[in-house]
Every structure is written in structure tokens, then in C-alpha cells.
Ligand binder design. Structure first.
Ligand code: GRF
Length: 195
């Protein structure tokens, strides 16, 4: 059974989808812990599913490195086989990336390498693109530059706002994430720094 830690910042809807998938006896992975960089609303999903959680508040740490060391200490308690960044709005310090990558994956609401960074949905709209997408990647030291594990196109429609477009992308992100975690767990998908 693949053990998974999930790190979040927000509402955790992708986390919730993974928790729901992992509750099925046939699913080959289990979420063992959820971590957040703030009092994220999504921590409520962990509580509801009886999954332990931790918070390492970003603002209480003097540097990214110090914050990352504490996140690493918390993760090491659980020794997860895989760490999923699911809406974590922070870059991890290189020391933490080195400790977990390539067993460290991220979901992103754009068709990478198009529109990397914190505002992937907004940037796709601003560029006047006809379509964008969702991606699941291995985290490396860049901003959304790691090897792509899965991705799918999502059309942009007339009248889309950042909110409506993001809400259409998220179900695709969830489906891709659950499938990637399943394939990693079964060994169908091998993780390497150059997947
Ligand atoms: C996802 O689109 C994620 O890729 C992005 O933020 C969203 C997280 O949403 N960076 P949620 O917290 O899972 O609802």
C-alpha cells in the first residue's frame, strides 16, 4: 500500500477527491497525513476522514529554508512513500525537494509548460488562449518545470472568468491526480527525476 502525504493551502477540494478515492478498498494508496502552511479550510476534510494533520505556519518562520525544515520534520514522522502538493501556494526549499523528489508531485491548473506559476488560470485568460488545461508533474527546483506525469486540455469558453474556468479545470486535475497516484502505487508509473 502506497502511503501518501498531501500538502495544501486552500479549500482542499482536490485533497477531498483523493481522500474519497483512497477510501475504496481497491485503491492501492492511503493518505496518512495532511499538512498545511496556514489554517487552511481544507484541513477540515482531513478531520472528517480521520486523517492526522499538521500546520507549519509560513508567517512564523524567518525563511523558506526554516519553514521547509519544519515541514520536512513533520513529513519524516510519517515517512510517506509519496508527497502530493495539492494547492500548496508555496515553493518548497531545495533541501526539501532534494529529500523527496521525485516522490514529490504537484497538480497545476494549466497545460504545462504553458502558464506556470501561482496564477496559471488568470494568465491563460489574460493571454486570450482558446484552451488551457491541467497537469500533474514531478516537483523539481524550478517553478512548475518538473517532468510531466499526466495532462489534459480544457477549453476556455466565451464569458469565462478566472473562477468559472478554474472550477472547470479542477475536476480534470482531480481525475488526473487520482489516476497518477493509482499508477504510481501499482508500479505502472515509475517516478524518476526525468520521468
Ligand atoms: C488547484 O487548482 C491547484 O492546482 C491550484 O489551487 C487549486 C487547489 O484547489 N494551485 P483546492 O484547494 O484543492 O480546492
Amino acid at each position: 500500500m502506497l502511503t501518501v502525504a498531501v500538502l495544501i493551502s486552500g479549500t482542499g477540494s482536490n485533497l477531498r477527491a483523493l481522500l474519497e478515492a483512497a477510501r475504496h478498498p481497491d485503491f492501492p494508496a492511503r493518505v496518512v497525513v495532511v499538512g498545511a502552511d496556514r489554517e487552511a479550510d481544507g484541513l477540515a476534510h482531513a478531520e472528517e476522514f480521520g486523517i492526522p494533520s499538521f500546520t507549519v505556519p509560513w508567517h512564523l518562520h524567518e525563511s523558506r529554508e526554516h519553514w521547509g525544515e519544519e515541514v520536512g520534520r513533520q513529513l519524516d514522522v510519517w515517512k510517506p512513500d509519496l508527497v502530493v502538493l495539492s494547492g500548496l501556494m508555496r515553493l518548497l526549499p531545495p533541501s526539501l525537494v532534494a529529500a523527496y523528489s521525485p516522490r514529490l508531485i504537484n497538480t497545476h491548473p494549466a497545460y504545462l509548460p504553458e502558464f506556470p506559476g501561482a496564477h496559471g488560470v488568470r494568465d491563460a485568460l489574460a493571454a486570450g488562449a482558446a484552451e488551457t488545461g491541467a497537469s500533474v508533474i514531478v516537483v523539481d527546483d524550478g517553478v512548475d518545470t518538473g517532468p510531466i506525469l499526466a495532462q489534459e486540455r480544457v477549453p476556455i469558453v466565451e464569458g469565462d472568468t478566472e473562477h468559472t474556468l478554474h472550477e472547470r479545470i479542477k475536476p480534470v486535475e482531480r481525475r488526473l491526480l487520482i489516476d497518477v497516484v493509482r499508477r504510481i502505487a501499482t508500479g505502472e508509473l515509475a517516478l524518476s527525476s526525468a520521468s
